[in-house]
Ligand binder design. Structure first.
Ligand code: SAM
Length: 257
């Protein structure tokens, strides 16, 4: 079952290919990221052959942080801070970033990385659930979420929260794995995802299951058109989407108008 039919079962959510009680999904997701936090960045490089850096750069280019005025970014499900750091480097001296993530272990790695990069004064780490952000209405110039939204149990609620905390005229960007639509690449990607990635997880982190979840959760994420409709449903205007790397990843955008 995919798409709307799945959603007709109330109070359930996908956890990879398993259906679990909605209330249990967050705990299962938290276990995954607690387990991988220390090796998370290394695994991203290994799994994507470094491509995740180019995908995040595409997000930051679209964000286009100004050089000569203040700019406040909220990096939702920001984990170890990659998007925040890249935005700070691309923006001017008055750029600030807040990394909000539900997982203390991921945030701890992020704080260490910020200190090592000399960015500690420009970035704040906040332990928070994307479904109930602890920030006032209209408080950020932009909000972004990279590879995070598919982990959130109630995506529509999280999108509503992102909309709420954006200033009028603020931009929302969402980078997420998508569906490969290039003949040939799709088969190769499938084989790589289900065979190589869990094996890499076992070898590098000692945890194949977390990486199996990662692969399965990508397959369960809504298709691009469906996700664009969810963005419109949350209130965003001028919703757009472009694919990267043959559809492996999609960069969704919308504005609070
Ligand atoms: N954005 C980072 C990046 O691109 O490297 C991290 C992405 S990581 C794949 C997914 C992140 O989503 C994890 O750090 C996890 O803790 C976070 N997350 C999962 N559920 C969340 C929730 N309900 N609220 C906030 N963060 C959440």
């Amino acid at each position: 079952m995919t798409g709307p039919d799945r959603d007709q079962v109330p109070n359930q959510a996908d956890f990879g290919y398993r259906r679990v009680p909605l209330a249990d999904k967050q705990t299962l997701v938290d276990d995954v990221f607690r387990s991988v936090a220390r090796r998370y960045d290394l695994m991203n490089d290994l799994m994507s052959f470094g491509l995740h850096r180019a995908w995040k750069d595409a997000l930051v280019t679209a964000l286009d942080p100004p050089k000569s005025r203040s700019f406040a970014l909220l990096d939702i499900a920001g984990g170890t801070g990659d998007v925040a750091f890249r935005t700070l480097k691309a923006g001017g001296p008055d750029t600030r970033a807040t990394v909000a993530d539900i997982n203390a272990e991921m945030l701890a790695v992020g704080r260490e990385r910020a200190a090592a990069a000399g960015l500690a004064d420009a970035v704040t780490f906040v332990e928070a659930n994307a479904e109930s952000l602890p920030f006032p209405d209209k408080s950020f110039d932009a909000a972004a979420v990279a590879f995070g939204i598919r982990n959130v149990p109630r995506i529509d609620v999280a999108l509503g929260e992102a909309f709420r905390v954006l200033k009028i005229g603020g931009k929302f960007l969402c980078l997420e794995f998508s569906h490969v639509d290039m003949p040939g690449l799709d088969r190769l990607y499938e084989l790589y995802s289900f065979n190589v990635i869990p094996a890499l997880g076992r070898a590098v982190v000692g945890d194949a299951d977390s990486y199996r979840y990662l692969v399965e959760s990508i397959r369960r994420f809504p298709r691009r058109e469906e996700f664009s409709a969810m963005l419109r449903g949350a209130g965003f205007g001028r919703v757009a989407c472009r694919t990267l790397s043959g559809g492996i990843v999609a960069l969704h955008s919308g504005w609070r108008l």
